[in-house]
Design a protein around this ligand. Sequence first.
Ligand code: PLP
Length: 419
Amino acid sequence: MSAAAAPKMLARSGAFDLDAVRAQFPILGTTAHGRPLVYLDSAASAQKPRAVIEALTHFYEHDYANIHRGVYELSQRASALHDAARRKVQHFLGAADWREIVFVRNATEAVNLVAQSFLAPRLGPGDEILVTEMEHHANIVPWQLVAARCGAKVVAAPITDAGELDLAALAERLGPRTRMLGVVWVSNVLGTVNPVEEVVALARRRGVPVLVDAAQAVQHFPVDVRALGADFLVFSAHKIYGPSGVGVLWGRLEHLAAMPPWQGGGDMIERVAFEGTTFAEPPFRFEAGTPDIAGIHALGVALDWLQALGLEAVAAHEASILAQAEAALAEIPGLRVLGAPRKRTSLLSFTLDGVHAQDLGTLLDLEGIAVRTGHHCAMPLHARLGIPASARASFAAYTSPAEIEALARALQRIATRWR
Ligand code: PLP
């Protein structure tokens, strides 16, 4: 579908035509174990609309060449599309300057870049990096790697039993040795939407730079990095209807301009000589080697697609799906939803008495229902909750009420038969 066709999707109900949205996702018409696929694992990775799939094919068939290297027309066309994708991301995030957008492989790599290039040079023995108990491993382990190298340590701000940040405790943990704060906008386990504006303001008042992990945020509600006031923000294309293999780091230009390269090679240099090398300006300084050219173009198309659909309309649809799921799961005997935050979006994690999360995932799979099971790359959070694993159902623009009913029916059967 072209971006221009998307507004038609809004026409039928006056707000959001779910059938028309679903029709854009070829995979939703497939089966699993002979049953219609019920895909409830969008927080792990979102499925792709035809617009994105076709953009990849079209790019390889008509526009593909390496970028920023050729004088010939095709390379210049590929380069222009690449540059256009960067500006699309800039506008999507409300960033002041296209040079603030760095393309990497995924959100994880973006955090590693900041940890190694921005933080490591500022980190000394006894220093602290503050994160929260609800972080994904991507916002813990990169900091631990640099902390170990520099004699610093990673400490965690606690969460409440409801699964929210404890802002007073977080403020207390922001001490004189805190050199960085990493905070997740939306928890990939609890669905909690954290008050990141408040958290950022708190940290910046103390002169502590903040990285916001927006991997579960940008696909669910509009984000404006200028209003947010953070120092860095990261997300992955594959969770926002784009291809896998592409991630985005947004950073304040003054930080990026002062940061050394973290990987060396082609494209990131100004001049190379055996006597010494000088480096390109951001963002190119951080983009060594040939990037995922087609994937970055397709990310731009995914953002066009989502914006044409309307993030507010998507958010309203997902809120109604979440409310339906919360009500339906509350009826299942022995099922416990993790956390009860006041503000939650698009996912629910749960345990079922007497059934291990892994078995639960397998039993649901046999009915064609795909959910995530395990620790969801958040082992410290599961330890805090006192459980080894959970199951998670997560939702996207294409999730239907019928799919939630299918999940609830299956859980009801499992709860009566297997407990
Ligand atoms: N942060 C959060 C909150 C996530 O949910 C994820 C992925 O699940 C990541 C970071 C890491 O994303 P990626 O594996 O695409 O780097």
